[in-house]
Design a protein around this ligand. Structure first.
Ligand SMILES: [Zn+2]
Length: 496
């Protein structure tokens, strides 16, 4: 009897500390009115600031690399829904540590668009299907989430999704907490006593991070033609800054027309992994935007790189089992810790393969992989297996008499401190990531990451390894000659 009383009391205490129940709908409508959101069908805002490239940190404990954004314009159509994110970007990090195509030479124009189920990039005035797939950045869903991450879009989505509304006292100040779930994510926002949105947090499942958050914080609201809008916006994803901008101009109900280009609407879905290409006896390239190489040993297979996503790994594993039947993939070698190179690793661990990576990555991966995965649990989460890692320091040889494979660490690369490359001495093949990523046609202007290319080239020369083919994780299979010619042509040392 006593026990029951205690339980009832505890529930009553919780309810009062959580604040009184409210008429949620009227609160949201009051917020919509205060912001001027109800009349806003389209929104265009512009300004300047910084952006950061998610998943491309220099190493495990550093933030995403930061870039200058001298100007940006976001155009949104809430009804369509559609978004166009137009940024001018320039190098900021010095030295250029980390990924994200550093160092940028001059200014880059980046235009990301999404409408309904379609997403595309504008490159040189032409619509192009986005290629990177390790995150939500290239997906229509991920891009359209930017609508919900504005105060106006958030309140509209809260009304449409019948948000739960409650009041709470946070550090002595009364706040309104608004929470709801869409097919994309679960969101919670905090409104201040003037019904302005201060903060939004969305939870989603990520291939590398597991259950994680995207956050937006708003401050310094101003009136723009009857609409209140923050002049400072800071977004964070996976705990680190993603965007930090000052808004200088807001145009509510601007003429925003975002039509899906016919080429994008009619494009056939490309399989992420192409037909395996034989590089040498028992050595196969699994072609993709971020590709893998399979190497056959006497009784097993070693795969170099598990890029992008679980879905890609599943396709690669299926393709490997066709060209090398009846041999398990026992090892997968990971070149470095950027998310487009580790997004598919967990799928191999789920099958019992050992992950071979630079020793310094192991505690980082173990920490990432220990994160809860309740949102869309992947194969490894469902398998209940404990992943097995083996670390490389310096170099390591894998051999079974029939095949020899050498793994080399090349330290000091500004792209990432854990860079590994893989050499097949008999076949004279070198597999490398992100140091040399030749586009389809030979380069006629200096590559962005020339310092990284030179660093890698010099490491290969020092090691005196014999190479005929260079197989990049991104780009066209080539030769060391092409790398040497590029360096001779564009290196500042050669022109001095
Ligand atoms: Zn990288």
């Amino acid at each position: 009897m006593k026990k029951t009383c205690v339980v009832v009391l505890a529930v009553a205490t919780l309810a009062s500390s959580d604040g009184r129940a409210q008429d949620g709908r009227s609160t949201l409508e009051a917020a919509a009115k205060a912001l001027g959101a109800a009349s806003v069908k389209t929104l265009e805002f512009s300004g300047w600031g910084y952006d950061y490239v998610f998943g491309q940190a220099y190493h495990g404990t550093s933030q995403w690399p930061r870039f200058n954004v001298p100007a940006f314009t976001m155009s949104m159509d809430f009804a369509a829904p559609a978004v166009r994110d137009d940024r001018r970007r320039a190098q900021l990090e010095s030295p250029p540590l980390g990924g994200g195509f550093q160092p940028l030479l001059g200014e880059q124009r980046q235009i990301w668009v999404a409408s309904g189920q379609y997403a595309w990039d504008m490159v040189g005035g032409n619509p192009v299907a986005p290629r990177i797939r390790d995150d939500r950045r290239p997906t229509a869903e991920g891009r359209l989430e930017q609508l919900t991450l504005t105060p106006h879009g958030f309140i509209k989505a809260a009304i449409a999704n019948t948000a739960a509304v409650k009041e709470e006292t946070i550090r002595g100040v009364r706040k309104t907490i608004v929470s709801f779930t869409t097919p994309v994510a679960r969101y919670e926002g905090i409104l201040n006593d003037e019904r302005m949105v201060e903060r939004i947090e969305g939870w989603f499942g990520h291939v590398v991070l597991g259950d994680t958050t995207i956050e937006a914080a708003f401050s310094d609201y101003r009136d723009f033609a009857g609409v209140k809008f923050p002049t400072r916006i800071v977004q964070r994803e996976g705990g680190y800054p993603l965007l930090d901008v000052t808004v200088t101009d807001v145009r509510p109900n601007a003429a925003v027309t975002i039509d899906v280009p016919a080429g994008i609407r009619n494009a056939k879905a490309q399989p992420p992994v192409g037909t395996p290409e034989r590089l040498a006896d028992g050595v196969w390239l699994l072609p993709a935007y971020a590709q893998s190489v399979a190497v056959e040993f006497r009784d097993h297979v070693v795969v170099v790189e598990a890029p992008e996503t679980e879905a890609q790994s599943v396709e690669v594993m299926a393709a490997v089992s066709k060209v090398v039947p009846n041999k398990p993939i026992r090892y997968v070698i990971n070149t470095h810790s950027h998310f487009d190179h580790i997004g598919g690793l967990r799928a191999y661990a789920a099958e019992g393969a050992t992950i071979v990576t630079h020793r310094d990555n192991i505690p980082y991966y173990q920490a990432l992989w220990a994160a809860p995965r309740t949102i869309g649990p992947d194969r490894l989460a469902r398998s209940g297996r404990t992943p097995v890692f083996e670390g490389v320091l310096g170099h390591r040889l894998m051999t079974d008499g029939s095949r020899t494979l050498a793994i080399y660490h090349y330290p000091g690369n500004m792209h990432n401190p854990t860079m590994l490359m893989v050499h097949l001495p008999k076949e004279r093949i070198l597999v490398e990531a992100d140091s040399f990523s030749p586009p389809p046609a030979p380069l006629t202007s200096p590559p962005n990451a020339l310092p990284n290319l030179i660093h890698w080239y010099e490491a290969v020369q020092r090691l005196k390894i014999d190479i005929e083919q260079v197989v990049p994780i991104h780009g066209r299979v080539t030769t060391m000659d092409e790398a040497r010619q590029l360096i001779e042509r564009f290196s500042p040392r050669q022109t001095n």
